[in-house]
Write a protein that binds this ligand. Structure first.
Ligand SMILES: CC(C)(COP(=O)(O)OP(=O)(O)OC[C@H]1O[C@@H](n2cnc3c(N)ncnc32)[C@H](O)[C@@H]1OP(=O)(O)O)[C@@H](O)C(=O)NCCC(=O)NCCS
Length: 318
């Protein structure tokens, strides 16, 4: 869906969207495709790329805010599609920071010896849940559908500064901002889980205070990057690649400016993917590999911010 395609169904324009967000187009699924379908494609590609069989996976961690159904979690639907019964399958519901939370969870499970080979997936289908009338235009133009996956495997780390591994992750949240970006309904907070009033009031569509999100994102992402660098004794100059949550190019540019990053060390997909929430970081990692900007041995920092508010960072020796 290009910006011009959107302008045919709501009162918006390519100029408005591109100037404020850097988004030119986004991918929206067809009616039959679910979030776990997208995840299956990404997972299958990641498993093949890792040179293993699905049967080698001993845990699934699935980050999404747009599951196929309210319950069970999407990790279970993906597990059935991958035909790997019996292993733990866990959902992470941390929205745009979901992939960082999922990586941190998988890393911790490996470190304590509870898992050896973990499939970490971030996938979203937003398009089916957006208000594509004029009422929802401030939110709907920002989001796209997508999926990305990585396989994490246990490894001996003799030297944390050089050996390939998840070096560190940092997680944060501030629930006092929960209603600055949220999907109010349906939910158990109401007299009935689902009701006509919710639809009449449009509470079944995401609600966002865009300004508040913007201001906090440009503060929290540099903060968590500086934190993870200083805690591990590395500097911006040591990092080969930065991947930031893809919500808005202006946010990413402000973060890069604050951290004084050279543009060639930052990979973005937002112009083509828009905001795919839990999928943005793995999509950026994949893009970086395709462009030859991510190779074994490189030091990578990823950071995200989103609904919750939640934010966090990860430091990877690729
Ligand atoms: C949403 C966002 C792009 C709006 O940008 P902005 O610079 O704050 O917007 P402006 O104040 O310049 O424009 C608002 C005006 O545009 C209008 N507008 C909103 N959406 C529009 C659209 N899709 N097309 C055209 N006009 C639109 C509004 O109605 C408002 O009109 P008004 O001034 O007549 O009331 C910006 O706040 C943002 O990116 N916030 C962060 C959002 C985000 O990243 N969310 C996900 C985080 S994980």
């Amino acid at each position: 869906m290009t910006n011009d395609d959107l302008a045919e169904v709501m009162d918006t324009s390519d100029e408005w969207i591109a100037q404020r967000t850097g988004i030119r187009e986004r991918r929206w699924v067809d009616a039959d495709t679910t979030t776990s379908d997208l995840a299956l494609e990404a997972a299958t590609a990641a498993i093949a790329d890792a040179g293993i069989e699905p049967g080698a996976i001993d845990m699934i961690v699935f980050a999404t805010l747009s599951p196929d159904h309210e319950f069970p979690g999407n990790a279970c639907f993906l597990q059935a599609k991958l035909d790997v019964p019996g292993i733990p399958a866990m959902d992470v519901r941390q929205q745009c920071t979901g992939f960082v939370y999922a990586m941190s969870t998988a890393d911790a499970m490996i470190r304590v010896g509870n898992a050896d080979t973990v499939l970490v997936v971030g996938a979203e289908v937003h398009s089916k849940g957006l208000d594509v009338s004029d009422r929802g235009r401030d939110v709907s133009v920002l989001f796209g559908d997508g999926a990305g996956a990585v396989v994490l495997q246990a490894t001996e780390v003799a030297d944390a500064r050089h050996d390939s591994h998840v070096w560190d992750t940092r997680l944060h949240a501030d629930g006092s901002f929960a209603d600055a970006l949220w999907l109010p309904a349906p939910g158990m907070a109401y007299e009935r889980f689902i009701s006509e009033e919710q639809f009449t009031e449009g509470l079944n569509y995401p609600q966002m205070d865009g300004r508040t999100v913007f201001v906090n994102a440009v503060k929290r992402m540099p903060e968590t990057v500086e934190e993870i660098l200083s805690e591990n004794g590395v500097t911006v100059d040591d990092i080969d690649l930065f991947v930031f949550h893809q919500a808005n190019l202006r946010i990413i540019e402000a973060v890069a400016h604050r951290l004084d990053l050279p543009p060639e060390k930052v990979v973005n997909t937002i112009d083509r993917t828009a905001n795919t929430t839990a999928a943005t970081l793995p999509l950026c990692l994949d893009e970086a590999r395709r462009l030859g900007k991510l190779e074994p041995g490189m030091l990578v920092v990823g950071a995200a911010f989103g609904s919750g508010f939640t934010w966090g960072s990860m430091l990877l020796r690729w």
